[in-house]
Design a protein around this ligand. Structure first.
Ligand SMILES: [Zn+2]
Length: 89
C-alpha cells in the first residue's frame, strides 16, 4: 500500500519534479521529495504533506519539521550523498 503510515521510517531520496503526491493524490505539486519506505517502496510526496506527516529524528527524539526544511533535506541528500531518515508521527 502506498502512502505514509504511522510509526514508519522513511529515507529521503532527494527532491523531484514529479507533480503527483502519493499521499493525498494532488497532481499539481511544485515541490516534492522522493521517500523510500523500510520495505523499499519509493513514494513521491509533496513537501507540505511530508512536513505534516513526518518528523525529524535527532538524538533519539523526533521533532516537527517544515516544508522548507523537507525541501532542504532533499537538496542536501543529493548534494552530499548522505542518508536522512524521517519518522511518521
Ligand atoms: Zn500530498
Amino acid at each position: 500500500m502506498k502512502g505514509i503510515s504511522k510509526g514508519g521510517k522513511y529515507r529521503v531520496l532527494g527532491t523531484t519534479d514529479i507533480p503527483n503526491c502519493d499521499c493525498c493524490g494532488k497532481t499539481n505539486l511544485t515541490r516534492a521529495v522522493g521517500l523510500q519506505t523500510e520495505d523499499g517502496q519509493v513514494l513521491n510526496v509533496g513537501v507540505v504533506c511530508a512536513s505534516k506527516l513526518l518528523r525529524q529524528n535527532y538524538m533519539g527524539q523526533t521533532y516537527k519539521t517544515s516544508a522548507d526544511a523537507i525541501l532542504s533535506m532533499g537538496k542536501r541528500v543529493m548534494r552530499e550523498n548522505t542518508a536522512i531518515y524521517l519518522t511518521a508521527a
